[in-house]
Design a protein around this ligand. Structure first.
Ligand code: LLP
Length: 418
């Protein structure tokens, strides 16, 4: 459920017309619903709590805006971070360092030190050498780093190849068959408390079956590690639950995930951790845009909008589908291609799609843009970085400014020898 709906013939976010925000802030602009973020966070928690003692670490990469993080901190969420920058955001937004998990296949020593000094709650190790380095850095500071080992369960998540992470050929984690040996070598080290395992097999999962297969393999590994004398208290089951981008698509609910987790993990006796991103953020945001032209094409007309691949990269990167809807639909439909102003043909949001009829000057939105939207934006073609707005009931605030090309240019230098 979300808080994006038509009232008096125009699209509102909670109680604010999209038109009002577009007039105040300009377009393109990301618009988020506080109530939707909070509700998704609550529904996920309620769904997973049936599995017992759970720790929820929102995957910041999905939407790292500070105001969004504050909403989730208020819901009791910690954070899954993958860089020093994300860690700084989580702490700045008020998330306790103890509730932060640090994932990522290429953490630098500087990042590990910053995380140790901040006192974060858990390091998810991606390879054996990282464990040795972390142990040394912690011991040098008189600290003990809580850590788990990320394993690669070699499961096909059944999602887009670019967002699959749990197949043997992916760069993530260590092979499950190597885990026991790595535990044996790392667990005695001063400075390291290797207390469990982690997995994450991919994103936008449409079925629970691959997750269940992966979790079952983790269960076998936990038993094997305990059999070898290791104390296992934490298992991080990652994120990955998908969301419907197309009207009518059906996805597993957090309650269904929770029921499966409860069944598969009932004898594990550990604290379970989850790293949901998209399921919290995806349907809590839209990208509002204005139609610049409707241009004749060879077949369908081209609807040229003022948002582009630099603002919302998912269609260009993954051929992703984002629903397009007029802010004030007139009841008519048209079949069109939708594209942005960027100078490459990849800057296309949809081809031969039936949409609300629109004309030059009309406002529209790309839906389900709350996750992996603004966070993946760039300034390609010297376009501005898109601003973000958070709505709460009948009020709204700009929570990220539009960064115009002048600001970007101010950080560039022409050396005096040119
Ligand atoms: N934990 C780890 C270790 C991850 O790598 C990810 C996502 C998550 C949690 C959160 O997954 P989620 O619940 O959001 O599925 N840019 C792509 C998605 C990349 C996902 C990367 N990892 C997209 O726009 O579809």
């Amino acid at each position: 459920m979300d808080h994006f709906h038509y009232r008096d013939g125009e699209l509102h976010v909670e109680d604010v017309p999209v038109r009002v925000i577009a007039e105040a802030v300009g377009t393109p602009v990301y618009i988020y619903s506080r109530g939707t973020f909070a509700r998704h966070a609550q529904v996920f928690r309620e769904g997973l709590e049936q599995a017992g003692d759970v720790h929820l670490a929102y995957a910041i990469k999905a939407n790292p805006n500070l105001a969004v993080l504050r909403v989730l901190a208020n819901e009791g969420y910690g954070a899954d971070v993958v860089s020093g920058g994300e860690m700084r955001r989580a702490i700045a937004a008020g998330m306790p360092p103890a509730d932060i998990v640090f994932s990522g296949v290429g953490k630098t020593e500087d990042e590990l030190v910053a995380a140790l000094e901040a006192g974060i709650g858990q390091f998810n190790l991606e390879l054996e050498e990282e464990g040795h380095v972390l142990a040394r850095l912690a011991a040098e500071r008189g600290l003990t780093a809580p850590a788990v080992l990320r394993v690669n369960p070699d499961v096909d998540a059944g999602t887009h190849a670019k967002i699959s992470t749990g197949k043997a050929e992916n760069k993530f984690g260590v092979a499950i068959s190597d885990a026991a040996g790595i535990f044996a070598r790392l667990s005695g080290l001063a400075g390291l408390n290797l207390r469990g395992v982690a997995i994450h097999i991919g994103s936008q999962l449409q079925s629970l079956a691959p997750l269940e297969r992966a979790y079952a393999r983790v269960g076998e590994l936990v038993a094997e590690l305990r059999g070898a004398g290791h104390t296992i208290t934490h298992v991080d089951l990652g994120g990955g639950l998908g969301v419907p981008y197309r009207h009518g698509d059906v996805f597993p609910t957090p309650a269904e995930l929770g029921a499966m987790v409860a069944r598969v993990t009932k004898d594990w006796g550990v604290t379970l951790m989850f790293e949901p991103g998209r399921v919290i953020a995806g349907n809590a945001g839209v990208l509002a845009t204005k139609v610049i032209w409707v241009k004749p094409g060879v077949g369908d007309p081209w609807v040229i909008v003022d948002a582009a691949m630099n603002d919302l990269a998912r269609p260009a990167l993954y051929d992703a589908f984002h629903d397009f809807a007029a802010v004030r639909p007139n009841g008519e439909r048209m079949t069109a291609n939708i594209a942005g102003p960027v100078c490459e043909s990849g800057d296309t949001f949809a081809m031969h799609r039936e949409i609300d009829a629109v004309a030059s000057g009309d406002l529209a939105v790309f839906r389900t843009a709350g996750a992996y939207g603004a966070t993946m934006a760039s300034t390609y073609n010297s376009r501005a970085l898109v601003p973000e707005v958070l709505v709460d009931g009948d009020r709204f605030a700009v929570v990220a400014d539009r960064i115009d090309p002048g600001t970007i240019m101010a950080a560039e230098r022409v050396p005096d020898w040119l």
